[in-house]
Design a protein around this ligand. Structure first.
Ligand SMILES: [Ca+2]
Length: 230
């Protein structure tokens, strides 16, 4: 069950990047969410509405750099669908297309994501109307961006309930990093971690699913597992 979700973490990054606004103007100062002019992009269920300072109905809180809610809710909004609140029958009656979405089976999975300002800012400082990503850098590489994902759920197995938890920590690789064989290394050859999305490395993952025989640390960067110093 976990493997599909891990792969789709990459897509989480894309979803976060999909939020753009329409209030574009040449400004010398940064636009904040509090101004109420940064809005959801075309195609989003909330298109045209201001991105709030606190949590939205899906579980995103851009001001606080975090998401907390149903795994499906990380995707539903950008697919033009309303937030899922737990009532399958009511939701599918109103939104039958949701049943065919790849993430629909994971609607019970709880996800907590956190990221820093370099990953996706709570301001628009470059004036394109969207929350900034890797502000001041041409790509995420060397930007110091990081994100964590914490997923949890349960399933039935042989009459008993099994709980699983997955945690992963992802960083933007430093400008001096070198990728070889799908793994990022520092300039002096120390392993940073497996490549994700070409500009990032996983530096730590933890998988606990005792029913399936997984109990604990799955990967730890030989360099270091902290967010700083990259
Ligand atoms: Ca921007």
């Amino acid at each position: 069950m976990k493997k599909n979700l891990v792969i789709s973490l990459i897509l989480c990054l894309v979803v976060v990047a999909l939020f753009t606004g329409k209030a574009v103007s040449a400004k010398s100062s940064c636009t904040t969410l509090k101004e109420g002019v940064l809005t959801y992009s075309p195609g989003h269920y909330l298109h045209g509405e201001p991105i709030p300072v606190g949590y939205n109905a899906y579980g995103y809180n851009y001001q606080a750099h975090m998401f907390k809610g149903s795994y499906a809710n990380t995707y539903l909004g950008s697919d033009g669908l309303p937030p899922y609140a737990g009532d399958d029958a009511a939701y599918l009656a109103a939104n039958p297309s949701a049943a065919s979405k790849w993430y629909w089976p994971y609607r019970s999975t709880r996800l907590l994501m956190k990221w820093n300002d370099a990953w996706i800012s709570n301001q628009d400082c470059d004036g394109d109307g969207a929350l900034d990503r890797h502000y001041g850098y041409s790509s995420y590489i060397g930007s110091g961006a990081w994100e964590t994902n914490h997923m949890m759920d349960s399933y039935e197995d042989g009459g008993s309930t099994c709980n699983w938890v997955y945690f992963t920590k992802i960083i933007a690789v430093p400008a001096s990093a070198i990728k070889s064989g799908g793994v990022w290394y520092t300039a002096d050859g120390t392993e940073i971690g497996p490549d994700i999305w070409s500009e990032f490395a996983t530096i730590q993952s933890v998988y606990n699913d005792p029913c399936a025989g997984f109990t604990g640390l799955e990967y730890l960067s030989p360099d270091h597992a902290g967010f700083g110093g990259w």
